[in-house]
Design a protein around this ligand. Structure first.
Ligand SMILES: Nc1ncnc2c1ncn2[C@@H]1O[C@H](COP(=O)(O)OP(=O)(O)OP(=O)(O)O)[C@@H](O)[C@H]1O
Ligand SMILES: [Mg+2]
Length: 320
């Protein structure tokens, strides 16, 4: 049977809520080993790796790093293992100033681990992942007081039972919930997705959810009365966004034209900056503008998290 404990092993840390946290993330954390090659090889070839880098990744972890670099006070409250990779994640998040004291260590859990081959000629990434021990949100933790201490709750599609519990607590407390869903793992996904007030999904998943290939129409179909905003991101084609004032017509925001070298984590950065600017009280068009700029700046640099810009870099980029 699995045993669980708070990340640093001190039970009383579960009680210590920061009075005002900007963003609490509960979803997946991962370790990515990035291998940069000139060109992705056919089978049975030996090729040279030009550059190697280990990074903390995963939708929620990367989004939290992006939010923290925007100056948001962030915490991670999902499940990790007791292994070397999980410790690497905790150290990385701590270096970014992200509070991990509300996280839960479970001895049968671990983080997702991917080896990502970045093809420098075609600008593609091929991902080999081991996901057997990943968990995401815990079904009963963190305590409700920790969840209510945050302005924005960030969830993804990992640990659905826990995500649903946290979203219910958050919505009852009038908090915002930003979701980064990339697939529907089955029940209770439908209920969870319907309760989220800021649904930010890629065009690919929006099409899966609605059957609509047109992202503007998909955004409209994802709207419901509980939503504050729907954003459908389309990579270098920008994004479509909608709120209740737009009377059912999604608006387009073009991606910023940059020389992209590695788009790993662009979507996660978009979510993190969206959450941070939401916590700061920015309006939807400004949130989309900031999130797009940060994601474009990230695309110009190699690596998932190391390429994430600071708030000053985004401000300067937007001024230009
Ligand atoms: N090549 C690019 N140039 C400029 N901006 C980009 C580029 N790729 C992505 N972006 C920005 O990042 C946002 C999110 O990208 P995308 O739609 O690819 O997310 P995603 O599919 O969730 O990606 P991820 O695999 O990182 O989760 C886009 O809406 C856009 O603003
Ligand atoms: Mg994504």
């Amino acid at each position: 049977m699995a045993t669980i404990r708070p990340i640093h092993g001190y039970p009383d840390q579960m009680e210590s809520t920061s009075p005002t946290l900007d963003v609490l993330g509960l979803g997946i954390v991962a370790v990515d080993d990035l291998l940069y090659v000139d060109e992705y090889p056919p089978a049975d070839r030996k090729i040279r790796v030009r550059h190697r880098r280990r990074q903390c990744g995963g939708n929620t972890a990367t989004a939290l790093v992006a939010a923290a670099r925007m100056g948001a006070r962030c915490a991670y409250g999902g499940v990790l293992g007791d292994d070397e990779l999980s410790r690497y994640v905790v150290e990385t998040l701590a270096r970014e100033g992200i509070d991990t004291s509300h996280g839960v260590v479970c001895d049968t859990a671990g983080c997702a681990h991917s080896t990502i081959i970045v093809d420098r000629k075609h600008n593609t990434r091929t991902i080999f992942s081991s996901v057997d021990h990943r968990v995401g949100a815990h079904p009963r933790l963190p305590e409700a007081a920790v969840i209510r201490a945050a302005r924005v709750l960030l969830v993804d599609h990992h640990g659905l039972e826990g995500a649903l519990r946290a979203v219910r607590i958050a919505r009852e407390g009038g908090m915002h919930v930003v979701a980064d869903f990339e697939r529907d793992p089955g029940e209770p996904f439908g209920e969870l997705a319907s309760m989220v007030d800021h649904l930010v999904v890629s065009a690919r998943f929006a099409r899966e959810m609605t059957g609509q290939a047109d992202p503007a129409i998909a955004a409209r179909e994802l709207w419901n009365d509980r939503r504050e905003a729907v954003v459908v991101t389309c990579g270098e084609a920008g994004c479509w966004y909608l709120d209740h004032q737009m009377r059912g017509t999604a608006q387009h925001h073009a991606a910023l034209a940059v020389e992209a070298v590695d788009t790993t984590g662009c979507g996660d950065v978009f979510h993190g900056v969206y959450a941070a600017t939401l916590a700061r009280g920015m309006l939807l068009d400004q949130r989309v503008r900031w999130a797009s700029a940060a994601a474009a700046l990230k695309a110009m640099r190699r690596g998932g998290q190391t390429g994430i810009p600071t708030t000053a870099a985004v401000e300067q980029f937007l001024r230009q």
